[in-house]
Design a protein around this ligand. Sequence first.
Ligand code: UP5
Ligand code: MG
Length: 190
Amino acid sequence: VPKSQRTVVFVLGGPGSGKGTQCAKLVEEFGLVHLSAGDLLRAHMKSGTPDGQMVADMIKDGKIVPSHVTISLLDKAMADSGRKAFLIDGFPRNEENRAAFEKQTQIQPAFILFFDCPEKEMEKRLLGRNEGRSDDNIDTIRKRFKVFLESSMPVINHYKEQGKLRSITADRPQDTIYTEVRKLFQEISV
Ligand code: UP5
Ligand code: MG
């Protein structure tokens, strides 16, 4: 698929806001390709490459991995899929990520799906998740919240100003949320 024909929706929201959960439902109904930047980075850190340890240390500390690492992983995953419509989950996380992705891929997102969730609810979910993630402990969770507010909210505000933000109240039952989410994808034909 030529790169110029790619359709991308960025799925953003705080740690534990439900990005992965809702993306899984969208994949099932619409057959989009779900690329979680965090999942790609976690696979990369286990791959034994030289920068794997750096990525592992940054994730454990809730820090944003350098753009070139994340963008390479996303770009490769898009190419390898042979498909044209993508949900990019958990990226871009700061203004530098956003600018570098646009510059390198020439892709402008169709829209941004934003899960708006109070910290207390996100904290409860992350502490209850039990998937063995190195960053699901209270110290790292607090760092992730701080990074989200300071670095990721400016990206969300940027897209809000562009009129591309589709904001969803995320502290509700999964199925209630999905009823709203799916409407956004029926309207654009991806
Ligand atoms: N759950 C989901 N929906 C629910 C609902 N409506 N009601 C009740 N419970 C609900 O959900 C989290 C938990 O909540 C699950 O147990 C779920 O069942 C339940 P999930 O769908 O997993 O939420 P999600 O938003 O995907 O949470 P996640 O922890 O994955 O978000 P993060 O943004 O923190 O994690 P990510 O994997 O994207 O990034 C991790 C780290 O990688 C970052 O901190 C950073 O260090 C690094 N990173 C980068 O450096 N660059 C990137 O571009 C991406 C990541
Ligand atoms: Mg996730």
